[in-house]
Each structure stands twice: as C-alpha cells, then as structure tokens.
Write a protein that binds this ligand. Structure first.
Ligand code: ADP
Ligand code: MG
Ligand code: MG
Ligand code: MG
Ligand code: MG
Length: 443
C-alpha cells in the first residue's frame, strides 16, 4: 500500500528517521543518492529537491542540468541498519525536468513509458523474477578488496567450509526485514560465489528491488569484512556471475504464457514472445552484458550462454522454459549479468517480446542437445547464431535494431552508445599481461 505524505511524516516522527536518501539510477546501472536531513521532508514530498544532472553519467545535457526528484511514495523504506542518532529511510525517485516533464534520460522513467505501451496493448503486468549471483572477497587491512575468496565451498554446500554462509544468511535476514520474499539462497558452483533469488514482481518493482538488493548485499558484506562484487567475471577459469531473468506476461491476473491445450502447455503468445526475444537477442546483449568484462563470462564451458537458441530441457541455451506451469509458466533469459541496468534490460526484453507478439511468428525448433559440442555446420543447420562476442560487436548490433533502440528512446539510446564507445576505446588502448606473455618472447 502506498503511504500518503502525512503518513510518511508521522512514521518519520515515530521511528526517529533523521535522514532521507533519495535514490535514482544512472545509465550504467549505478545507484545515485541525494541525502537530505529530515527537516527537508516537505520539500522532498513536494517534488522540490533539485540536483545537478550534468554530474551524472548519461544525464549530460548542459542546457538542462538542474533536475528535480519526484519520489515514488510506494518505495518508502526504512533501512534496518541505523545511523548513530536515528534511522535512514529511502525513496526511489523519478527524474523530472524543470518544466515538469519526465526526463527522457532517466532509465526508470523510460521503463514506465514502455510499461505504459504494454498496458495500451491490453496486458496488465510484466513479471520479472531475477536470479542475481555475486562473489564475496576478503578485505585487506586497509579495507580494500583482495582476490582472496572467503571460502572454498561448492554448490549447495552445507559443510563448515562455507564461511560465506553467515554473511549470506545475514543478507537474507536484512532483505526480509525490508519486505523481500527470498525464495532461495545458495552457494554457487564457483568458490566464493552466491545466489539469492527473490519472488517475482511487476517490472518496475522488480527493477527497483534489484537495485536495492545490490545495495543491501554490499552493505552487509562490508559488515562481515567482505567485499561483494557483481562484476560479471571476476576470476578467470571459474564461472562468472549471471542474473537470469524469469519473465511472464499477465492479463487480468492470468499468465498468458500458459495454455493447458498448447504444445508443451505453452500458449501461442508464449512462443511469439520467445521468438521476439530471440530475434532481438544480439541487440539486447548490449543491455544485458554492458561491460567489457561481461563477455569474458559469455564463453563456452562455464554455464553461460554463447549461442542464440532455446530449450525446455537443457540449461545451456540462451533461453530456457522452466518446468513450472499455470501461473508460474515463464521464460528464463540466461544472458543478463548483474552489471546490467535492470531498468534498461527489462525495457529491452519487453519491447522485443511485444514485437514478437505483433509478428506472430513461431520460433525455430528448440535445441535439446549440448550446443557446445555441435560443429559450426550443425549449428547453422539448426538455425543457431552466435551472441556478440565483445562489447563492441554488441553495441554494433544494438545500433542496428530499431525495436531495441525504441525500447530506450532517442536520448537514452544515444547516451548508452556514447558511454559504451568510450569504454571500448579505453579498453582497446590497454595492453594486458596476457598479450605480453603470448608475444614478448615469440616475436
Ligand atoms: P532456476 O531453476 O533457474 O535456478 P529459480 O527457482 O532459482 O530458477 O528461480 C526462479 C525465479 O523465477 C524466482 O525469482 C521466481 O520468483 C521466479 N518466477 C516464478 N514464477 C514466475 C513468473 N510467473 N514470472 C516471472 N518469474 C517467475
Ligand atoms: Mg536460481
Ligand atoms: Mg539456479
Ligand atoms: Mg545460479
Ligand atoms: Mg536460473
């Protein structure tokens, strides 16, 4: 239930809330905060807090650098951890221009815009259930992250070697205090790697939760003397961190992907949607895997997708249809990693899926064999293409895909490309140890 302004002010008194943290997300998915003392609450609730947008990545438009924060009162939350003299509450905000219009460079505003288009087509909710993974590393004496993992545990390991378990359990408890419904939390395949799955929610809430989740994980890890990272591939030779996205489309409380009479009990709409996501998968990769390092995860042999294919059985393809039916009928998209900006990723997937619904084409048949062991000829014969192998190639595919470009709108699409081009240019100039090891003596 969304609180009224008066209720919020009353709760602040009762709970001794001393600071309000106003949160929003930049183009790179980084959470930005404007913190104000409780005395400013009226200004906050009247949408009068301003900040300098020219200092935020992807917001640059010098002529309109003063922007306003409109708090979304439904996101009111008091952090369970306090400060010395009281509590801190947060509100997630939409960014507005001084003329009172939503700022088109705000990823959250943009997701609202895309969801509006979905509702115009008669759907009520786009549900997202994320499965974020992360690593815990030890901190050194100066509180800087090291490359020492906090444990040597293995998948679903309950043995005492899983020293990260205490930290993960604490994270889960804090999340629950904040209203998260944690469905599962476990140690991952790689040492030091963890996954926490929380219950699906409608797109905007799910994206907000992903952002809050990252903040909670990092904060609690620190309290345990650990550094949590959502970097996609922190260590070579072991699995990277993904953030599988489970999704389903609802109309009036009914999951339209389910059809008890359909092939594999999936509706025609489910197949069309799936086909839309497959068709735009190469362009979506730029949003799903937005860092240079993301592509070091998308290599064969580490449970991450490399090819554009789908399956109801196999866990290696880009898209899997988990076995749940009825209202848990869903499509699992396995390429996103936790460096992705969830607002952009979800907007992109939804527009791709809606495009599929418009086109009404069935996808190529599913691939239930191990794709890694197929030859290139076999893959071609089965209609399987490659995902982009670098950030540069992904951004090239992104620039060519009008549906995915439209999912971001002109302003965001342009700032995204600008920001990624800079990142790639900087990477290209870097000479790595690997290169020196390979070439220094050979040539
Ligand atoms: P996996 O088998 O891939 O590890 P999990 O069981 O860990 O899958 O994750 C399941 C995720 O899917 C959870 O976040 C859950 O809430 C979500 N989920 C379940 N039903 C739906 C649905 N109808 N739409 C979207 N997400 C869903
Ligand atoms: Mg899972
Ligand atoms: Mg899993
Ligand atoms: Mg996992
Ligand atoms: Mg999964």
């Amino acid at each position: 239930k969304t609180l009224s302004k008066e209720e919020i002010k009353q709760i602040m008194q009762e709970e001794n809330v001393q600071f309000l943290r106003l949160m929003f997300t930049d183009i790179n998915g980084i959470i930005k905060n404007v913190e104000v003392p409780a005395s400013q609450v009226d200004k906050v609730l009247d949408n009068k807090i301003t900040f300098d947008g020219s200092s935020i990545d992807g917001f640059v438009r010098i002529e309109e650098s003063d922007m306003l924060l409109h708090p979304d009162l439904s996101t009111w939350l008091i952090f369970p951890w306090g400060v010395e003299h009281g509590k801190v509450a947060r509100l997630i905000c939409d960014v507005y221009l001084p003329d009172g219009t939503p700022f088109p460079g705000d990823p959250r505003n943009n997701l609202r815009r895309v969801l509006e288009q979905m509702r115009d087509k008669g759907f009520s909710d786009f549900n997202i259930g994320p499965e974020p993974e992360f690593f815990l590393f030890k901190l050194d004496d100066n509180n800087e992250p090291t490359l020492d993992l906090n444990d040597q545990g293995a998948y679903f390991d309950f043995a005492p070697v899983d020293l990260g378990e205490n930290c993960r359990r604490d994270i889960v408890l804090e999340l629950e205090k904040m209203g998260f419904e944690v469905e599962a939390s476990h140690h991952e395949v790689a040492p030091g790697q963890h996954e926490i799955d929380f219950r699906y929610a409608d797109a905007l809430e799910a994206a907000d939760r992903i952002q809050t989740f990252k903040l909670v994980v990092k904060t609690i890890a620190r309290k345990h003397g650990l550094h949590a990272t959502f970097m996609a591939k922190p260590l070579q030779g072991i699995n990277g961190s993904g953030m599988h996205m489970n999704m389903s489309l609802f109309r009036d409380g009914q999951n339209i992907f389910f059809d008890s009479q359909g092939e594999q009990q999936l509706s025609k709409e489910a197949y069309y949607f799936l086909n839309g996501v497959l068709n735009h998968a190469r362009a979506l990769t730029a949003l799903n895997n937005p860092t240079v390092n993301s592509y070091k995860r998308l290599v064969p042999g580490f449970e991450a997708p490399v090819y554009v294919a789908w399956s109801a059985r196999n866990r290696s393809p880009l898209i899997r249809i988990p076995s749940g039916r009825g209202n848990s009928t869903r499509i699992e998209f396995r390429s996103p990693d936790p460096t992705a900006n969830p607002y952009l990723v979800i907007a992109g997937i939804l527009m791709a899926g809606l495009d599929g619904l418009k086109e009404r084409q069935m996808p190529v048949h599913s691939v239930d064999r191990n794709i890694y062991s197929m030859s290139e000829t076999e893959r071609k014969a089965n209609g399987i293409t490659d995902l982009p192998s670098t950030l540069h190639n992904a951004v090239k595919a992104f620039k060519k895909d009008q549906v995915v470009l439209d999912a971001l709108g002109e302003h965001l699409a342009q700032s995204f490309v600008d920001s990624k081009d800079l990142e790639w240019a900087s990477y290209r100039q870097t000479v790595s140890d690997w290169e020196r090891e390979q070439y220094m003596q050979l040539y």
